[in-house]
Design a protein around this ligand. Sequence first.
Ligand code: CA2
Length: 148
Amino acid sequence: MTCAILILNGPNLNLLGTRQPEVYGPTTLKDIEALCDAKAKELDVTVAFKQTNHEGELVDLLHAARGTYDGIILNAGAYTHTSVALMDAISSIMLPVVELHLSNIHAREDFRQKSYIAPVAVGQICGFGAAGYPLAIDALVSYLGAQP
Ligand code: CA2
């Protein structure tokens, strides 16, 4: 069975590599997409890679994932720390979601240590920069492979 994964990126992540490289690294979102494509090829799975700055669009994309994807990797950006709407959307779709962050949100400002995604995600990867994306694909594929 081929496994299909949706990788969703939230607000401001389109700016990666162009500003604040000291916080988020020099890698662009396009570079990260290429890393994900390479990992997908290695594992023989398919990945779709999307980014939006809009909370409601993230909700719509989560809803639309049902029936098309087997699991989701979500870097919700700042909405991680604010969005009950994203938490409710994840709870409603019955698909496994891996929460992902480039930075270690637990080592940053207090407001970043609250995640509305964490309680409804199967797990969280953070602090490994761009390398976290292929790690998340590995983790999700192995999670899906272990499901009855
Ligand atoms: O570490 C992560 O991946 C975050 O999800 C990134 C979010 C931040 O609000 C979360 O707390 C942690 C911010 C993404 C902003 O990305 C930028 C990239 C370049 C320049 C400015 C912002």
